[in-house]
Ligand binder design. Structure first.
Ligand code: FAD
Length: 434
């Protein structure tokens, strides 16, 4: 790729997809200039706001992303909301190519009566709350009940169950936020039921694609323990346990029940299913039987969902992705996509990495073949920066982010945590821009 000109590429979103796409472009092309625009003042997407606080090793990818951000041909512009502060059309005028990698910030709803009752939360918001996502800090979930029901048995459901039940001493050493820690200290939740449409075999296979080997073995052991008839000694131990959890298989929610005369959740009505077929393809079919499970907290964890950010960008609302082939957006020259926006909201960071490298390869192939014209000079960040200035938007640079990072780390040291996150955009901007 050394023969071509100097392509200016803009990336929208600084999660794993954005950074891995940038990394591959910079490595494979000697002259490419990559600018990353991020809505929040802080980078790294779900690595900061999704990955569970008790899995710090997963966050080591931040070191690689930091190297990419500091590459001489890469710039980071945080606090820029594409679709609002600047349009995709304007970015297309300023750059030869745009890579959309803004993730999946919506969530799938359960679609049953009672879903909006107080005491029902989406896992996306609950996770955002304990991980310090500014837009979720008002959630303040009510943890005053004993039984919580989680709808969905995926990896995020297991993260939420663990956070609800972990001993406080273990969480205190993580980067979970202080308000979440305080709420969990007061929590009376001691029983968590994780409900799924299908059976243990289907759960096992979703877990297997997600976990690194040592944790996979642990999870398999956990599943085995959950499914086997416990020994007498084990039964005794469980009776004495202060906190318990369990899977509820072959059940679909049909209604969230309210307390009589009171507008808050009192239980979940579950339809009993049977399986038709086997393995991953097995279908849950209703038997006609229902059962009510009393509980005071319901967390729905049935998946994230990408949203359109700009009317000029093609969007497949049924699949909730940008329609593409190998990352090339259909019927939109110069537009590419990567990450959860490209594939749908499944897959671990490693999956996102591989598919982002594919998108970068597609883009570079198009440069090489001439399909993407990079012969005329483009203004790049000059044009966008002056537009933003006129609109009163002040971007956060990567060294501004390092000031936030530094303060968070120092605040964490005081309480023996890896960091104490700043929880509002205003406070982040104050640190970044003074
Ligand atoms: P994201 O990480 O969501 O990044 C998207 C970025 O785009 C965000 O920074 C967002 O702020 C930004 N953005 C959004 N809208 C705009 C806009 N309009 N303008 C500019 N920027 C915008 N994987 C693992 O390997 N291990 C784990 O332990 C693990 N735990 C997880 C836990 C949870 C709760 C979740 C939800 C996922 C987890 N994953 C885990 C999966 C992993 O997080 C994803 O594979 C990965 O983050 C997807 O990357 P992405 O860049 O597509 O999206």
């Amino acid at each position: 790729f050394l023969s071509s000109g100097s392509p200016k590429v803009c990336i929208v979103g600084s999660g794993p997809a954005g950074f891995y796409t940038a990394q591959h472009l910079l490595k494979a092309h000697q002259n490419v200039q990559v600018d990353v625009y991020e809505r929040l003042p802080v980078p790294f997407g779900l690595v900061r706001f999704g990955v569970a606080p008790d899995h710090p090793e997963v966050k080591n990818v931040i070191n690689t992303f930091t190297q990419t951000a500091k590459h001489p041909r890469c710039s980071f512009y945080g606090n820029v909301n594409v679709g609002e502060d600047v349009s995709v059309d304007e970015l297309q005028e300023a750059y030869h190519a745009i890579v959309l990698s803004y993730g999946a910030e919506g969530n799938r709803s359960v679609g049953v009566p009672g879903e909006d009752l107080p005491g029902v939360y989406s896992a996306k918001d609950f996770v955002g709350w304990y991980n310090g996502l500014p837009s979720c800090q008002e959630l303040r979930p009510d943890l005053s009940c004993e039984t919580a029901v989680i709808l969905g048995q995926g990896n995020v459901a297991l993260d939420v169950a663990r956070i609800l039940l972990s001993p406080l001493d273990a969480l205190k050493k993580t980067d979970i936020t202080q308000p979440a820690l305080e709420a969990l200290a007061q929590s009376r939740v001691c029983r968590v039921l994780i409900v799924g449409r299908r059976g243990p075999m289907q759960v096992a296979s979703t877990i297997k694609v997600y976990l690194p080997r040592p944790r996979k073995r642990l999870t398999e052991l956990m599943l085995k323990t959950a499914l086997e008839m416990p020994t007498e000694k084990e039964q005794e131990r469980r009776k004495k346990a202060s906190r318990i959890w369990g899977f509820r298989f072959f059940r679909s929610p049909v209604e969230i029940l309210a307390e009589p005369g009171c507008n808050r959740v009192a239980g979940v009505r579950l339809a009993v299913n049977k399986l038709e077929g086997s393995g991953e393809k097995a279908q849950a079919v209703l038997t006609g039987e229902v059962e009510d499970v009393p509980c005071g907290l319901v967390i729905s964890s049935i998946g994230y969902r990408s949203l359109p950010i700009d009317p000029t960008v093609p969007f497949d609302s049924r699949r909730a992705i940008v329609p593409n082939s190998m990352g090339r957006v259909h019927n939109a020259a110069g537009l590419y996509c990567s990450g959860w926006l490209k594939t749908g909201p499944t897959g671990v960071i490693a999956t996102t990495m591989n598919s982002s490298f594919d998108t970068a390869r597609s883009l570079l192939e198009d440069v090489e073949s001439g399909k993407l014209d990079v012969s005329s000079a483009k203004p790049g960040s000059h044009m966008i920066s002056s537009l933003l200035e006129k609109r009163g938007v002040k971007p956060v640079t990567f060294s501004d982010w390092e000031k936030i990072d530094d303060l968070e780390t120092r605040r964490g040291e005081v309480s023996g945590k890896p960091r104490e996150k700043i929880l509002t955009v205003a406070a982040m901007l104050k640190v970044a821009q003074t």
